[in-house]
Design a protein. Structure first.
Length: 472
């Protein structure tokens, strides 16, 4: 029998999951009596347990929301805790130090850390779903485009963590939480469990040679130096497992598994699952290179490679009009309009805007209609027609319909021209009400971007009046 792919060196013992168990599962794997409260948090039920800690679904009466509380067992009894005190302290301190620090839509937030002499605990965001380990079985595999989407979001989240000075060091399916919709479909993902993380900017003594063997790169197995490319290998191994239904390497013993990690090349994914194209296999295989320098040079390069699998239609889309989140984020980053938007604001636009792909001949606006939306072209071109004559051709990065947002009265919001698609275009559109519902920071960046657009147009109009021959 092959060893458990989540075998850790050494295992932190802190269960990662802050997800709700699937329907029909109680999550009460322990016979221990359920506490009524942990600190100020009212305990609802047990979600899971590990070697040294338990996770509870709790309700915070103060904020009126559910949270996940991870409480360490037997903290004061080294013989019963299952871990050397110094190592146990290091793991708890590593995660506790991140309370309130990580603010990313694809990273589980650590809301609070309480050091109690008997049982210290962490308070985390509660995620409605399951871990990606649920989808690693051959009879539960996700569609390929969904796997690429989740991989892209994990890559962007880990890139964010790396910019905060963190290397996760234990990226595995059980530490990646899938957010499910009402139909049980995985629509989002969050990275969790930073107990093994290496803090690059910390002076604190940190534990080395940690992680889960099946997803560890050679340099981490042998206890060498690690960087962001080590987490990249681990995420590549997770994606391999999600695609193939098995990890890149399997062996009857841990020593044999370590030998494979050092010496063997994983089987091509094209041989393990229908629909995997060579380009997709090449992306995953590159992350699994033995030497860090043979992997992608940085997280952005890896995320871009995943996004291009979608944008180049190497993975079929469910519908022509659908625009995947990975493609959305990459498109926004490339547009001058969004140059001053940070990752957090970009993800807000990705999720809140209306994204559509329009065929040639479709009218974004018709003359005489009242404007009710702003369109920003991410791809393709449109023509502006006045009285049957083409007066302008607009391409990627151009905004049209700003008067719907900026005009003080309905009459000024009536379109004086037709705007028609001349090359298949991807549009990001907003209504004034939607822009008004965005975060204050996001609205501020929109306002600045619109001001830049209007200044450029005023300058062009001035030049045309002052130098009509030059313009013509």
């Amino acid at each position: 029998m092959a060893p458990d792919p989540d075998f850790s060196l050494p295992a932190s013992g802190f269960p990662a999951s802050s997800t709700l168990p699937p329907d029909g599962a109680s999550g009460s794997g322990s016979g221990a009596e359920l506490p009524s409260h942990i600190g100020r948090y009212r305990v609802v039920r047990r979600l899971g347990e590990g070697a040294t800690s338990d996770v509870f679904l709790c309700h915070d009466e103060f904020t009126a929301r559910d949270v996940a509380v991870k409480r360490v067992r037997n903290w004061g009894d080294a013989t019963r805790s299952g871990m050397a005190p110094a190592m146990r302290d290091a793991f708890f301190a590593a995660e506790a130090s991140l309370a309130g620090r990580l603010q990313h839509p694809n990273v589980v937030q650590i809301l609070d850390a309480v050091f109690d002499a008997e049982s210290p605990y962490l308070v985390m965001e509660c995620v409605p779903g399951v871990t990606l380990k649920h989808f690693c079985r051959a009879d539960r595999l996700l569609p390929l485009d969904q796997i690429v989407e989740l991989g892209f979001k994990c890559a962007m989240a880990l890139a964010y963590c790396f910019r905060q000075g963190l290397i996760h060091r234990d990226v595995k399916p059980a530490n990646l939480l899938a957010v499910l919709d009402e139909h049980g479909q995985a629509v989002d993902v969050k990275v969790s469990d930073f107990g093994s993380a290496l803090h690059l900017n910390s002076d604190r003594t940190q534990v080395h040679r940690v992680g889960s063997l099946a997803y560890m790169p050679p340099e981490q197995v042998e206890g060498g130096d690690v960087d962001g490319r080590s987490d990249q290998y681990a995420l590549g191994a997770v994606l391999y497992h999600l695609i193939a239904g098995k990890p890149p390497f399997e062996a009857p013993s841990q020593m044999a598994l370590m030998h494979q990690i050092y010496t063997l090349t994983p089987k091509p994914l094209t041989e393990l699952r229908d629909g995997v194209v060579p380009e997709m296999d090449a992306v995953i295989q590159r992350t699994l290179a033995k030497r860090p320098e043979d992997r992608f040079p940085d997280w952005d390069s890896f995320a871009r490679a995943l996004s291009e699998l979608v944008s180049k239609q190497l993975i079929p889309l469910a519908r022509f009009t659908e625009v995947k989140d990975s493609e959305r984020f990459s498109l926004l980053r490339a547009l001058e309009f969004f140059a001053d938007f940070g990752d957090i604001e970009l993800w807000e636009v990705v999720r809140r805007a209306r994204w559509r792909r329009y065929p040639v001949g479709h009218h974004l606006f018709k003359k005489g209609s009242e404007g009710n939306s702003v369109h920003i072209l991410a791809l393709g071109t449109v023509e502006v027609v006045r009285e049957g004559r083409q007066v302008a051709v607009l391409g990627a990065g151009t905004s049209v319909g700003e008067m719907a947002y900026l005009a003080p009265n309905p009459e000024l919001r009536r379109h004086a021209t037709d705007v028609r698609v001349t090359e298949v275009c991807t549009s990001v559109s907003f209504t004034p009400q939607l822009i008004g519902s965005l975060s204050g920071e996001c609205q501020h960046r929109f306002d600045r971007a619109f001001i830049k657009v209007l200044v450029r147009r005023l300058h062009a109009a001035h030049e045309q009046l002052a130098h009509p021959r030059r313009i013509l």
